[in-house]
Design a protein around this ligand. Structure first.
Ligand code: PBG
Length: 331
């Protein structure tokens, strides 16, 4: 592109001289409509428990979910993402609890659909909250077996759809799962259930606080590098996203988000499909801790979210969703 103009005829500061002119020409904006609030659920009754590694984020027993759902509703956040903290006694090597119709996620979907029908529900498809080894798939001879895992993921996705989940979000990184799940959903008459594929999910160090929040951190022996992506790479993004679109994904997710903005813009520029971003737990905790210690002021949150919009994301999963929606709506 040829740059035209020069000083003193051109003065770039003229377009920054007042708030109203800055607002008029702003290229990107964020609203409550762009945000997805993750929610952690735990067993028991009448408990709201703080998560130490994620200041300001709680785990709720199912009966207490209305506390946070009422806020989601009044701050007009369109969708929540559900994550269970499963007790050790319910974890096993196969992650069987994932396909129990009375597990925490299923109970929560039923509650939301009954009492808060206007809120969209998105659920992860992956076994890590349910396995005794903390991996996302079935472990056979020290390897996560792709094709055996697919069979369970299909069952998990179908169960979530049956409970009323609106958006199925496979985050397991098994090859071929989008096609398998799309086929199964279509065969069972869930043609209108969306698939948001975590198509681009890196083996990241920034998931630490989340693993603590769902109780898989201490269980996990090795890393997830044989299935999640290598953070040195970006070329394989084209195949990950391309395959998932061919297999039936409606939308794709980039995760983590903040430190992968280059990836978001690559996808945006090369595929005509909605791209979402996940501001993951480590990214959240870094900013939140700095704000709590008064190292940053809280405008840093909006700045971090605007980066996703600038890169091309249409929506953002973020643990800041409630705070920011409240602020944006001046509630
Ligand atoms: C599970 C899953 C993870 C996250 C979302 N779903 C962790 C992982 O893959 O180990 C991370 C989210 C976050 O860090 O906020 N497959």
């Amino acid at each position: 592109m040829k740059i035209t103009g020069s000083f003193p005829k051109s003065r770039l500061r003229r377009l920054r001289k007042s708030k109203w002119i800055r607002d008029l020409i702003s290229e990107n904006n964020i609203s409550h409509k762009d945000l997805i609030q993750p929610i952690f659920i735990r067993e028991g009754i009448n408990k709201v428990e703080a998560i130490k590694t994620m200041p300001g984020v709680n785990r709720y027993t199912v009966d207490k979910l209305p506390l946070i759902l009422k806020k989601v509703q009044s701050y007009k956040i369109p969708m929540v993402a559900l994550f269970p903290y499963t007790t050790n006694s319910k974890k096993d090597i196969l992650g069987s609890e994932a396909i129990n119709p009375d597990n925490l996620v299923c109970k929560s979907i039923r509650l939301i659909k009954k009492k808060f029908p206007s809120i969209g529900v998105m659920c992860d498809v992956a076994l890590d909250p349910y396995t005794s080894h903390g991996h996302d798939g079935i472990l056979i001879k020290d390897q996560i077996d792709n094709d055996e895992t697919l069979k369970v993921l299909v069952k998990q996705a179908l169960l979530q759809a049956k409970m009323g989940c609106d958006i199925i979000a496979p985050s397991d990184m098994m090859d071929g799962r989008i096609g398998y799940i799309r086929n199964a959903l279509d065969k069972s008459n869930f043609k209108n259930v969306n698939i948001l594929s975590y198509a681009v999910k890196y083996a990241s160090n920034f998931y630490g606080p989340f693993r603590d929040a769902v109780g898989s951190k201490r269980k996990l022996k090795k890393d997830k590098k044989t299935y999640q992506m290598d953070f040195r790479n970006s070329f394989e993004v084209f195949r990950e996203v391309g395959f998932d679109i061919n297999e039936g994904a409606d939308m794709v997710m980039v995760k983590p988000g903040m430190i992968y903005l280059d990836i978001i813009s690559k996808i945006k520029n090369n595929f005509k499909i909605p791209v979402l971003a996940y501001q993951v737990s480590g990214e959240y905790s870094l900013i939140k801790n700095a704000i709590n210690k008064k190292i940053l002021n809280d405008e840093a949150i909006i700045e971090s979210l605007m980066a996703f919009k600038r890169a091309g994301a249409c929506a953002i999963v973020t643990y800041f969703a409630l705070d920011i929606a409240k602020k944006l709506n001046k509630l």
